[in-house]
Design a protein around this ligand. Structure first.
Ligand SMILES: NC(=O)c1ccc[n+]([C@@H]2O[C@H](COP(=O)([O-])OP(=O)(O)OC[C@H]3O[C@@H](n4cnc5c(N)ncnc54)[C@H](OP(=O)(O)O)[C@@H]3O)[C@@H](O)[C@H]2O)c1
Length: 282
C-alpha cells in the first residue's frame, strides 16, 4: 500500500513507520512538510497518490496549547482540514488520531465510542474540532481515540519518571488523574489491521485498563528496579495551565467487534521497557 503518515517523526509516527515498514511510505513532518500549508500539502499528497492517510501530526503540548491557542487551532484544526481536503483530492480514506481528552472525565464508568464528548481545554477542543472536520469533510474516515501515549523518541512519561528518579530523592505524582498508558507500537499494530477494513467510524484504541499517574510512575520505578532508591509521594491538584480530565476509561467496543483488541497497559509497559533496555535486568 501507499501510505502517507503525518507527524512521522513523532512518537506514534515513528511507531507507524516501524509497523508499516513493508509499505511505500510518505513521511509528512516539519520542516519538509507543513500541514498548515493548504496548497503545498495538497500538492505533495496528490503527487504521492496515497491509498490511505494516517494523520497523527498535532500540537500535543497540552499546557502549551493554553498559552498559544492560535498555533493549536492552526495545526490541530486547520491542519486537519487540510489533510481531509488532501484525502478528498486523492480519493483516499484518512485515519485521524484523537484523544481521551475529548471527554470531561467526570464519570467513573467507561466511555463508549458513541458517548457525548465535552472537551475541557484548548488542546481537547482543537482535537475534537479535528474529529468534527474529519466527519464533515470525508465519507471514508477512521477517528481513532488513544490515551496517554509513550513510545520511541527522546521525550515520554517513562523517560521523565526515570530521569526524575536519578535527579531527586523523592518524586510527587498525582493520584487524581486516571487514564490508560498506551504504547505507540501497540496502536500502530492495531491501525495496520484497521486500515485494511472498510469499517469507517469512531474507535477507541488505548491499552486496556486504567491507573493513576502515581500508579503508573510506581510501576515504571518497580520495573526499572529503582523503586527503593527514590520516594514516590502521592499528590493531588498539581497546578497546570490546562484543565485535564480526572478519570477517563475508554471502552474499545467498535474495534473489538472487528477482532482488534489492545492488551493490558502493564504488559505493554513491560514490553516497551524491555525493548528500550530500561528493565532492571536490562
Ligand atoms: N502524546 C499523548 O499522550 C497523546 C494522547 C492521546 C492522543 N494523542 C494524539 O496522538 C497523536 C500523536 O501524538 P504523539 O505523541 O506521537 O505526538 P508528537 O510526538 O508530539 O508528534 C507530533 C508530530 O507532529 C509534528 N507537527 C507539528 N506541527 C506540524 C505541522 N504544522 N506540520 C507537520 N507536522 C507537524 C511535530 O513536529 P514538531 O515536533 O517539530 O512540532 C511532531 O513530529 C496526536 O494527534 C495527539 O493529539 C497523543
Amino acid at each position: 500500500m501507499r501510505i502517507a503518515i503525518t507527524g512521522s517523526n513523532g512518537q506514534l509516527g515513528l511507531a507507524l513507520r516501524q509497523a508499516l515498514a513493508g509499505h511505500d511510505l510518505m513521511h509528512i513532518d516539519l520542516p519538509e512538510h507543513d500541514i498548515t500549508d493548504l496548497e503545498g500539502i495538497n500538492e505533495a499528497v496528490l503527487h504521492f497518490e496515497p491509498d490511505v492517510i494516517l494523520h497523527t501530526a498535532a500540537i500535543t503540548d497540552v499546557d502549551g496549547c493554553e498559552r498559544d491557542p492560535e498555533l493549536a487551532y492552526r495545526v490541530n484544526v486547520l491542519g486537519t482540514r487540510n489533510m481531509a481536503v488532501a484525502a478528498q483530492a486523492s480519493d483516499a480514506p484518512m485515519v485521524y488520531i484523537s484523544t481521551d481528552y475529548v471527554f470531561d472525565g467526570a464519570r467513573q464508568e467507561p466511555y463508549w465510542e458513541y458517548d457525548a464528548t465535552q472537551p475541557q481545554s484548548v488542546y481537547a477542543r482543537t482535537k475534537w474540532l479535528g474529529e468534527e472536520l474529519t466527519r464533515q469533510l470525508l465519507t471514508r474516515f477512521y477517528v481513532v481515540r488513544i490515551a496517554w501515549l509513550y513510545g520511541d523518541g527522546p521525550r515520554n512519561f517513562v523517560r521523565t519518571v526515570l530521569r526524575l528518579a536519578e535527579e531527586r530523592d523523592s518524586i510527587q505524582m498525582v493520584t487524581d488523574e486516571v487514564g490508560s498508558p498506551t504504547y505507540a507500537l501497540d496502536v500502530a499494530g492495531a491501525l495496520s489491521q484497521l486500515i485494511h477494513m472498510p469499517a469507517y467510524g469512531t474507535y477507541h484504541l488505548p491499552n486496556a485498563g486504567v491507573c493513576s499517574r502515581y500508579d503508573w510512575a510506581g510501576e515504571i520505578l518497580r520495573l526499572a528496579g529503582v523503586a527503593d532508591q527514590v520516594e514516590l509521594q502521592p499528590s493531588a491538584n498539581y497546578p497546570r495551565a490546562a484543565q485535564v480530565p480526572k478519570y477517563v476509561e475508554m471502552r474499545n467496543f467498535a474495534a473489538a467487534e472487528l477482532g482488534i483488541t489492545m492488551r493490558p497497559w502493564g504488559e505493554a509497559l513491560w514490553d516497551y521497557m524491555a525493548r528500550a533496555g530500561l528493565l532492571r535486568d536490562g
